[in-house]
Ligand binder design. Structure first.
Ligand code: SAM
Length: 208
């Protein structure tokens, strides 16, 4: 087995992913937490929730996580509080049927999705988000500056659809009625690693 597939096998387990993510989990959720109105009991949907790495920040909310990887969901059900569902986020409107959410989070998943899958996911979310609800997107992005450590890390990621900030913006913009965006860096031991985008908004009318 190659080093890459051994590495992916470890990351595909709930334990492996949670361990690797430990130094970054708070950094990745911080912009979302800071922007939220912390009303307990709001319905939160976490798309591509992994083994529930962010679930602990929403224990006073009504939290639901969806992920394609059954091992992650099994780990989340054992170790976290909330509801965890195995499923494809592109079909989250049919998985979650008539349910509505005040907050939808998409953290570090869009670089795992093709443009078509991103669009299907956003369309599903337009149905699932309440009128006053907010969508929170965090994802890595590629910079023009190459070579860079951030670009290198994005290129060797398991997700094969890393995009530039402008590209990410242009794909998601039609599905928001109003949004703001910012950038930040994930770091470890003082070393700056991934470039991250944070896009927060309300969602527009349904697109056909
Ligand atoms: C980099 S991990 C992010 C996990 C977590 N959100 C975080 O911020 O650490 C990407 C996650 O997206 C999930 N994923 C990829 N494609 C998916 C899809 N089509 N539907 C549901 N989950 C998917 C993977 O299984 C993985 O858990």
């Amino acid at each position: 087995m190659s080093n890459k597939s051994l590495n992916n096998k470890f990351l595909d387990s709930g334990f492996g992913y949670s361990t690797i993510q430990r130094p970054f989990s708070f950094q990745k959720i911080a912009p979302i937490i800071q922007s939220l109105n912390q009303h307990a009991g709001l319905a939160v949907l976490d798309l591509g929730c992994g083994p529930g790495v962010h679930a602990d920040y929403f224990t006073t909310h009504n939290y639901t996580g969806v992920d394609l990887n059954p091992a992650y969901i099994e780990s989340a059900r054992k170790n976290k509080s909330g509801e965890f569902i195995v499923g494809d986020v592109c079909n989250s409107d049919s998985i979650l049927a008539e349910r509505r959410f005040d907050i939808i989070i998409s953290n570090s998943i869009f670089h795992h999705l093709s443009d078509e899958q991103v669009v299907a996911t956003l369309k599903a979310c337009q149905k699932l988000l309440t009128e006053a609800g907010t969508f929170h997107l965090v994802d890595l992005y590629l910079t023009e500056r190459s070579p860079s450590l951030s670009n290198f890390l994005a290129r060797i990621d398991r997700g094969t659809y890393a995009r530039t900030f402008d590209n990410l913006h242009s794909i998601v913009a039609p599905y928001f009625s109003d949004f703001t965006s910012s950038t930040f860096r994930l770091s470890f031991a003082g070393v700056k690693l991934w470039n991250m985008a944070y896009i927060r908004g309300t969602m527009g009318k349904l697109h056909s």
